[in-house]
Ligand binder design. Sequence first.
Ligand code: TXA
Ligand code: MG
Length: 326
Amino acid sequence: MRLSGQDDAAIARAAQVLAEGGLVAFPTETVYGLGARADDDAAVAAIFALKGRPADHPLIVHVADPADAEAFVSGLGDAARRLIGAFWPGPLTIIVPRAAGMAEAAAGGQATVGLRCPSHPVAHALLAAARQRGVPGVAAPSANRFGRISPTRAQHVVDEFGEAVLVVDGGGCEVGIESSIVDCSGRAPALLRPGQIPRERLEAVLGQPLAAPAADSPRASGTLEAHYAPRAKLRLMPAAMLNTALQMLGDGALKLAVYSRTVSLPPGSQLTRRVMPDDPDRAAHELFATLRELDDQGPDLIWVEEPPADTAWDGVRDRLIRAAAA
Ligand code: TXA
Ligand code: MG
């Protein structure tokens, strides 16, 4: 069922469902999340069951305001404080040591917890209304089945789970790819997942370079090699290779969809092509919706032009590499 995120009564109703241990899908500035109260292990278990997600993959806990994060943390270090000050509310998740007994199931048994304070006004309204009803934080993974493309519109959530799931509709997500994740629980902060915030901005705020994730850092499903998978096989190719392949293909045998920035289709080609924007933020904004749209046309293959090498494209490139590995 769908509720409007613009409607105060609908927000109150969704907050009440969360308070009573139910699931609510809601918009954030990154992607839609599938939420349950973080302090209710049975409610959190229902998320894992609906997504088909392995129980040892921890969930991010979302809070209405930065101060609400403290209840979940056993100690905020300097790096976490700096990141919170600079980027919250916004598309950044921090991994910090977890307060004893808090959000056990959501954290997948880890000694740490992922925390995020989203900037989307509907997410904020819902989290604040839930807090009023005694909910300290909302655990929410992206609202897609395990391993599939994250949802950036309410309709995508319905496409994933059907009409049975309660969705608060907040329109399209601005950022379009999931939050950047910085692990602040070890000796040096490490980037576990690139998002919209460029690595250089994170490093400038931290005053030190980001480390590579430790070999023993917890398995993060968004960081599994294969993820974000369309049904069609996705291939990521440099522009020159894509161009040559398209010229050689001619008409016919393969049902192919093309997502490219600089490479156009050969004259007269009947193939479907979507144009990838030149701006990395716009490309991120459209990425998952475009992949879903191309996939829905039922091609055998989706050929995608590799994005440029600079760090502004790290988030988009990361998602495409994982989609291609599926
Ligand atoms: O933008 C986002 O982060 C979205 C919206 C809904 O907030 N959420 C999201 O959640 O992408 P999910 O579950 O699809 O991805 C969260 C990632 C997973 O890869 C998970 O393993 C990792 O965060 N994660 C969560 N808690 C962690 C922890 N304590 N240690 C290491 N990784 C953690
Ligand atoms: Mg996800």
